[in-house]
Design a protein. Structure first.
Length: 289
């Protein structure tokens, strides 16, 4: 698996799914990613493309034809090609092929670029429309960070800190993983969300248009933590498997179908329309402390 190294960070990424597998502050001897324990969740940081979340009946319609696409799309299950690599940057690429065209009728190049600088990791998504007509897609992140980060403290000793005061409702997910249309009050005049495992007993917390563009994992009892900054991602998911020792902070350009979604891809909430031969790019950065 490709690795990136500098004086502070050691990062490991798998070719399958271009999935981040380890992030270690070597100068602090601190690992930050979830260990992929299959008893809870056997992944660490899947890349979500060309959809985020679930479409109804795993089916959508485009130009009168039905296509089947499983939750979060196919990128996480495909092997990417490494197209360039140095000590501090690596680029993974996935291109449309005979198999992808069966479930997603667009010609594309999808690149995931990992870059380290000091104690920061930047992840960049590039989506190129290689076709002759508009392309519709979603893309998102799903990194799982270990909680607690250090010994001697518990999961409940940690909290999420938003970099702006939030007055933001929560969009609940139905049993099928679809977004309810009516939000419920949740974050009210606060920058803090205390972590507890029961938060995730009914699936992810879904937010639309948070005021913040950065979320930190912190504890008042231990110094280690991180800050994930994201710009240009209108949706945010926060999730953990039931009773697992991690939390996912998930910036999304896209979201699961709502309970009343029509199934038409062009009408899907949060879908991105990319003109022919154009490139869409978004990045998120994590600072580890």
């Amino acid at each position: 698996m490709p690795e990136l190294k500098n004086e502070q960070l050691h990062v490991v990424i798998a070719e399958k799914g271009a999935e981040l597998r380890k992030v270690t502050r070597t100068d602090l001897q601190q690992e930050y990613l979830w260990n992929a324990d299959p008893a809870f969740w056997a992944k660490t940081s899947p890349v979500l493309f060309p959809i985020v979340g679930t479409v109804k009946n795993n089916t959508y319609t485009f130009e009168g034809k039905n296509y089947t696409l499983s939750r979060h799309g196919f990128a996480r299950d495909n092997v990417f090609a490494v197209t360039s690599q140095s000590d501090t940057q690596v680029t993974f690429e996935l291109n449309s092929n005979e198999e992808t065209l069966k479930v997603y009728p667009f010609h594309f190049r999808f690149a995931v670029i990992y870059t380290i600088e000091g104690a920061k990791l930047t992840v960049t998504y590039q989506v190129e429309n290689k076709g002759a007509a508009d392309m519709y897609f979603s893309v998102g992140a799903h990194p799982a960070f270990k909680v607690p980060l250090e010994e001697g403290v518990t999961y409940e000793d940690y909290y999420l800190e938003f970099n702006k005061v939030e007055n933001t409702p929560l969009y609940l997910l139905s049993d099928g993983g679809f977004v309810e249309t009516t939000p419920v009050p949740f974050l009210e005049h606060t920058q803090r969300l205390d972590l507890k495992k029961s938060l995730f007993y009914k699936d992810a917390l879904v937010f639309k248009n948070l005021a913040s563009n950065a979320i930190s994992i912190k504890s008042d009892k231990k110094p280690r933590g991180l800050t994930l900054q994201y710009d240009g991602f209108p949706f945010m998911g926060i999730w953990a498997a039931i009773d697992a020792d991690f939390v996912c902070i998930e910036p999304w350009c896209g979201v699961a179908d709502s309970v009343d979604a029509t199934g038409e891809l062009t009408e899907k909430e949060g879908i991105n329309k990319l003109p022919a031969k154009q490139v869409f790019e978004r990045s998120w950065t994590v600072s580890f402390f």
